[in-house]
Design a protein. Sequence first.
Length: 706
Amino acid sequence: MFVQGPPGSGKTTLAVERLRYLVRQGMPTTAILVLLPQRLLATPYHQALRDPALGPAGAVDILTFDGLARRIIRLFWPLIGDRAGFAHPTHPPIFLTVETAQYFMDHLIAPLIEQERYFEAITIERGRLLSQLLDNLNKAALIGIPLSEVAERLKGAWTGEAAHRRVFDQVSACVQQFRRYCLAHNLLDFSLQIETFVQHLYPQPAVRAYLFERYRHLIVDNLEEDTPVVHDVLAEWVRHCDSAFIVYDEQGGHRIFLGADPASAARLGDACEHRWEFRRSLVAPADVLHLAYHIGLSLNREGARKLLQQMDGAGAVPDFRRALHRPGDQEHRFHPQMLDWVAEQIEHLVREESVSPREIVVLAPFVGDALRFALLSKLAARGIPARSHRPSRALWDEPAARCMLTLAQLAHPHWQLPPLRFDVVLALMQAIAGMDLVRAWLLTEVVYRPGQNPWLSSFHNVQGDTRARITPALGERYELLRTWLLDYRQAHPDGEEPVDHFLGRLFGEVLSRHGFGFHHDGALPSPIPATLPALDSARVAAQLIESAHKFRQALEMVPGSAHDLPLGARFIQMVRRGLLAATYLQGERAIPQEAVLLAPAYSFLMTNRFVDYQFWLDIGSMGWWERIYQPLTHPYVLRRDWEIGRPWNDEDEFNARQEALYRLVLGLAYRCRRGIYVGICDLSEQGYEQRGPLLQAIQSALRRVR
């Protein structure tokens, strides 16, 4: 069964009911596979299986394609270890996370950058450089092309200065060297997991027999967000199973930058015996869709006219002006004025119209620290709970993680990584309940002596006015923290315990105790409601500990990975460079949801969540329309349907941006039940005048319906 339709039409609900039906009919749960493009979408399936009405049931495999690949690689490793080119086929495979893959990539290319001047022609942060190199590896695996073809495609599409083409040769050299290193040490990053499964395992008769015989019933959701190699495998798999229920979102494909290919996904409709098409959204009202339709007309998108079919028969003639809320006569010249208006409107919805805070989401192209603090502070001043979701935020940017890592540096002076004085100030503010910036700075000035042993002196030596200003109560808490760090050093005079063990003990034995910043009664004042700071700190601490654990596991298993610095010091250096954190789902589930959500627009779309009201911030910003700066890769050129050697010209770029903006607007509209508020200001957050395409499209739509 191939089920297609717009978002909110009931496709996933039907897929969940299909899962419940299979379980109720007594199908072995081990024979059911639910395949998703990302783990965030698994929540409704897990909730359905926890329903007591189903009775006792075994576990159902709810996996992503790479999760399935890892499972099969572990199971059949002896069959293909040698054939796939790994140097040690008798040793177990080592699976890398995003972070550990970036670490090994950084380790390999650092000499090339520092000695051979690789990538000197571009300006880019080290973390983004590493992620784009890995992205090229991933794209090659997900569309099924050899690594050698990546540079050929990128050079063929380049229309800028000819000298820049050598950068793509450097990209090729880096990814090829990384691949050789992985094969030599049994390391499997995401790309090598996919390649090993698709090219070496899946063609094996024994592997295919295992998959086809075990998983007799398939449920595939959001097929359009998956990649061509996944579609290739499923196109054959559906012919061998007893039942397949495939869900295709006609307006999806938001993960194009991650390899999603809606056109490739659509061909699976021909592989299924039955096709069921939903034509109407059960969530988005006609007025909201009417807004998306008119924005599509303003952007000159052919797909916009298809929306008219979904608005037919909706009763009253749709008018997007009923669903679109603007500042009206209020002219917001500056960014803070717009945020004040947004906070006022949210307060009105919550107080006057009894809208639940969880039914409100505030969206922007990007959510920086300044925007997060400003808006959440304004909402907190009005007593409205709010939270933010930024999945690509680096660990070092999290105050709780920065605090724990700074304390780790203080506990290990033999690492020769003395923290900056300001980092110590921030760590004391975060770690000790009631410690403000002034007292933390004063205390640091008195007790922090990186040239002495120990680096932190006792509060008992502080006398007079300084002691009174810091207060004895805060000094006592500082002394407890200092004593714990000193006891740890004395207990490990000749070495150290694993860094993840240290961080776990630091959190459990000190920071989570009453009187310290990670305890629910002692968290710092925050623009987040009172119960959330400690929970947020605990979430970050758990993420940091898990990241350190996986980092240690990977490095300890790699032969010949000896280094002058201890492993803990290398982990801290990696985090300080701003390498991105992997996605940790347990943290998102642990945060109370009864709060206004602030998130990047695309991140919100990826959660497939529906709300009553959306606020689109700063619609004049070019960030709604522009692609992220990616000088080392290209999401459109590295697609299966791109012709090698064809230049990517200005017209291609313009059309891609127009289409991406329309898909974004359409995706947001389908996930809105009642209304959309648009924030407008003359000057951007940085102080520049702006009139981006989204603002122009909405203004054009308003002129059209006058």
